[in-house]
Design a protein around this ligand. Sequence first.
Ligand SMILES: [Zn+2]
Length: 72
Amino acid sequence: MSKPPVTLGSTLTCPACGYAEAMTMPTDACQWFHECASCKTLLTPKPGDCCVFCSYGTVPCPPIQLGGSCCG
Ligand SMILES: [Zn+2]
């Protein structure tokens, strides 16, 4: 009855300036947008990805880690 472990820490790397920011992912929702703390570029998911963590993070988002798809 135990769930597989999920990594909530992910480091987002800005594609515009390369700034890496350690983030904690929400478990109950996907995060579509993230504003780079360095250059203020608004990151959005790449085509086919569900959230910015899947596109730019070191770890995919929790729903993906659990083997499902998230928001579709
Ligand atoms: Zn940036």
